[in-house]
Design a protein around this ligand. Sequence first.
Ligand code: NAD
Length: 490
Amino acid sequence: MPEHTSLISHEPVSGAVVAEFAVDDAAAVSAAVERARLAAGWWQRLGFAERRNRLRGFAAQLAGRMSELAALIAQETGKSTDDARIEIIITIDQLRWAAGHAERVLRRHVLAPGFLLPNTVASVEYQPYGVVGVIGPWNYPVFTPMGSIAYALAAGNAVVFKPSEHTPAVARWLADALSTVVPEHPVLQVVFGYGETGAALASSGVDKLAFTGSTATGKRVMAACAQNLTPVVIECGGKDPMVVAADADLDAAAEAALWGGCFNSGQSCVGIERVYVVGSVYEQFVARLVELAGEVRAGVDGPAGYGAMTTPEQIDVVRRHLSDALSRGARAVVGGPESIRPPYIDPIVLVDVPEDAAAIQEETFGPTLTVSRVSTVDEAVQKANGTPYGLGASVFSRTEGETLARRLRAGMVSVNAALTFTGVPSLPFGGVGNSGFGRIHGADGLREFARTHAVANQRVRPPLRILTFRRTDRAMRTLVAGVRLLGGRR
Ligand code: NAD
């Protein structure tokens, strides 16, 4: 028996009940996976073109009913309507990209066979796994799981989705919306519950599992998947840095740092949390950031604000990082302890934070920024790379943005902007180190949800028959001589 039998989601601001669902135990999860197996066979046979039509229909549902979905997201997470709408808009773009490019990326491709077997037609195609399990977090209850769901569906898989316990109604909405354009089979099912339900899905024998959440849970999910050798994608947290070089557009950099750090209440895996600014422009940058931050407040549902923190636990993390930093000599140049007025937190900007403080090393996941002065961009790169995480990053420089970007240990980097990689569906998304591995989005994201299948098709029998017990010494000598001749060439 699961520890809980029902799951209730609440509005973070008012505490009002949003929805209640029965918790799915291991048997219910197994039953969903079995139903998904039948659905997967049908969905695969539908072919790329028809799946594309259906998924475009799903995108149309998201676009046409955006206000309804945005309101539900805002209810369950406490985020502002604008932040909810931005989340839906970038999801629609991802969904349409996955639907539109699946055939090109995954269909059979013929490859050059090489020197040894010119008589062979070599081809590779990417076939669906079958059933993909998706476990999601609460901070982007649409965009984040859909990064896996959309790509898994476009690749021809059926999906069983375990949403965060904080955002079950949004997950129900997504599955219902898809079923209006795919009424025949349940290609997307939702199983509800807490960690136990997620653990049951990880152990259920799904053909692939995509997990998004904290690093600690990611390790547990991987251990569960290891029992069946279930392949996994692990998308975990981050501590994303921004590097500001001496030749940066400081106004643009300050604006991007503030938005990248505070939108969605800072509860973004790729939110900017640390800023490293070269000494010659440090004072100017901080002054501009302080000025801009003064115009932004939590609890304002418009362009100059953002919503509530989704969970009380996350507020505690922000409080702990702030008080630890202040007790170790940091200064708050914007806000301070008084900025924390649950469920809201107004922007907080800290300077002079020691590099080994929790506010620099651990994921804060709140509307806070640390700003550190560095002597050179080399020092900025070294410090930016100085945490166990490696998810996203940002660089501001008029002349060396791309060069600096390539030196950052991160899965994605925005140059002269923050987080723009999330809005480019062709770009793969994922991390290194404690931020996880594997990729969603783009062609890599499609291939992540498909198994590689290679065929070597011998069209005519070769003149030199080597791979047989009937080969002659002469054939072997000719082959060795040929390889030596070619091997000597550059
Ligand atoms: P979490 O790890 O607490 O939970 C994530 C999901 O895992 C939830 O659905 C939860 O119920 C489930 N779960 C818990 N225990 C489990 C277990 N033992 N086995 C299987 N599933 C289990 O994370 P969260 O607090 O919901 O999400 C916030 C975290 O997600 C942050 O660290 C954030 O950075 C990260 N995140 C990463 C990305 C990315 O793409 N890299 C995107 C969004 C959020």
